[in-house]
Design a binder for this molecule. Structure first.
Ligand code: MG
Length: 202
């Protein structure tokens, strides 16, 4: 059952509560088996769902983000938040740290302040679950899939956020990555909740 340590509505972010509850449910099981990884933490909303589940199961969550925001989070862009302004760019790091502290997850969440590509230089072990919620450009989305999906153990969970079958609802790359994963023969879809897709490594 969903049991969060803080009021999740207080955390900035773009994750729907039903999507969060779904992540929580899968992470609760997968954290007992091995490491859970999140790509793209922003202010820590999904980190709380995944981290709370990992904590309950005695596991750990590696939360990867350079905290400089994706293209759409930059000043002048659609999803820029003035609260996160940092020089001529933005930073979600202070909000992320505050979220993890308030949620009492510093003993469970292991943040990596680096790009997803950099993080793969040191994270090379097999993984139990990967949540891809990073950059939405085709280059970023496919790079995340290529770099991380192959590390999943058999039975591991690949969760992809912002999958929009209808072009009008959002950007295309996460959907294209989801289709690529399905057509690879390496994954089967087991659940879809709003824009979240849950795939299992065969
Ligand atoms: Mg997202």
């Amino acid at each position: 059952m969903l049991d969060l340590p803080i009021n999740i509505d207080d955390v900035k972010g773009f994750l729907d509560p039903e999507e969060g509850a779904t992540l929580y449910a899968y992470a609760t099981t997968r954290a007992k088996v091995g490491l859970v990884v999140e790509i793209g933490s922003y202010c820590g909303k999904s980190t709380v769902y995944l981290g709370a589940a990992c904590k309950m199961s005695g596991g750990f969550l590696v939360a990867i983000d350079h905290h400089e925001g994706s293209e759409e989070n930059q000043p002048g862009q659609e999803y820029f938040d003035p609260d996160l302004a940092d020089g001529d760019g933005m930073s979600s790091l202070a909000h992320f740290r505050q979220t993890i502290k308030m949620a009492d997850l510093r003993d469970t969440v292991i943040p990596i302040l680096a790009s997803s590509a950099m993080a793969t230089k040191i994270l090379t072990q097999t993984l139990s679950m990967v949540f891809i919620d990073g950059g939405h450009s085709a280059a970023a989305a496919f790079s995340d899939y290529r770099r991380w999906a192959g590390l999943l153990v058999e039975g591991g969970i690949l969760a992809i956020h912002d999958v929009f079958p209808n072009n009008a609802d959002g950007g295309r790359p996460p959907h294209d990555v989801y289709m690529k994963a399905l057509h690879s023969g390496l994954f089967e879809e087991i659940e879809g909740v709003k824009s979240l897709r849950i795939l299992k490594r065969l």
